[in-house]
Design a protein around this ligand. Structure first.
Ligand SMILES: NC(=O)c1ccc[n+]([C@@H]2O[C@H](COP(=O)([O-])OP(=O)(O)OC[C@H]3O[C@@H](n4cnc5c(N)ncnc54)[C@H](OP(=O)(O)O)[C@@H]3O)[C@@H](O)[C@H]2O)c1
Length: 280
């Protein structure tokens, strides 16, 4: 039986005496034990990734974010503050992923967690999609996760509480109309994560996946601005009666990445306001 339990303690010194502590909840809220820890959040100049970076920084971590557009990254980092830095990287390019992790290793020197996120594959019905579209979706969604994991693992294994969180979609639970590429390729990320949960447990690397339903990011707002009636239809299907916010998504993910979530491993978690109707 693999034991991940020792990762959930932290060490403090009082009058020179060493104490091991479990996470505590004080009047100020839960301490996620992120002080001094560093996280890499990919595809994070805006949207879901930015929400996660914001939550990690506001709880005391340092973060490195990446995406393709440098101007957007600069703006994001200036809003995140002095504990954030950026690297320009296109996650469909293997060499960019190597440079990204090399940058974290050389400039920060530690990595406690990795939030794996990328842009979404384009919509379209089966008969509109070429081999090129399928290959591009495979590279963007699955191979970026594979390559990020491979490059980051040596550095993650040096942490006392390493974790990887894969961001997927509710489409891994039930197909979304007109999003065939997402419906077909995202479940492969779950297969990767579930296998790694067993393979990486001896190294104490926790892995999990989150499946957002509708989170009102800039991209979702832009898409829905073209069709306000579509937004009403979507919200009518969500039991909580609204879309989620990037802040709500970010706080949940920061918790899952943190040492406090020390016994959550191999899990696939929805954050969808109750939208998914299945039993499992
Ligand atoms: N929001 C939701 O409700 C929801 C629900 C389910 C799944 N998702 C999925 O979650 C992911 C993020 O969604 P979002 O709503 O946060 O989108 P968003 O607001 O458009 O943000 C996407 C981020 O990814 C970056 N990005 C895109 N392609 C990239 C690439 N090849 N390499 C590096 N960075 C890249 C973008 O920056 P650059 O363009 O500058 O690179 C941007 O920072 C997408 O895959 C989406 O399909 C979202």
């Amino acid at each position: 039986m693999n034991d991940l339990s020792e990762t959930h303690t932290s060490t403090v010194y009082v009058a020179g005496v060493k104490y091991s502590c479990v996470p505590c909840i004080s009047g100020d809220g839960m301490d996620l034990q992120l002080n001094g820890r560093n996280y890499l959040v990919t595809a994070a100049s805006r949207g879901l990734g930015f929400g996660v970076a914001q939550a990690l920084v506001s709880d005391g971590a340092t973060v490195t974010i990446c995406s393709r557009n440098e101007a957007a990254l600069k703006k994001a980092v200036s809003s995140l503050g002095e504990h954030a830095s950026y690297v320009v990287a296109d996650l469909t390019r293997p060499s960019d992923i190597v440079s990204l992790i090399g940058n974290v290793r050389d400039n920060v020197g530690r990595l406690d967690g990795l939030f794996v996120n990328a842009g979404g594959p384009p919509p379209g019905p089966f008969e509109s999609l070429s081999d090129h579209d399928w290959q591009a979706a495979f590279d963007l969604t699955l191979m970026s996760a594979v390559r990020l994991t491979r490059e980051a693992l040596p550095l993650l294994k040096e942490s006392d509480a390493p974790s990887i969180l894969y961001s997927t979609s509710i489409s891994v639970k039930e197909p979304i109309d007109n999003l065939l590429l997402s419906n077909a390729v995202r479940p492969a990320v779950i297969g990767l994560m579930r296998t790694l949960a067993r393979e990486l447990a001896p190294d104490k690397v926790r892995v999990n996946a989150v499946c957002p339903g509708y989170i009102r990011t800039d991209r979702v707002k832009e898409l829905l601005s073209k069709s306000p009636s579509r937004e009403e239809e979507i919200v009518a299907e969500i039991p909580l009666g609204r879309m989620g916010t990037p802040e709500e998504f970010g706080v949940f993910c920061a918790f899952l990445l943190s040492p406090v979530a020390s016994y959550i491993h191999g899990a696939v978690m929805l954050i969808d306001g109750g939208l998914y109707r299945g039993m499992m």
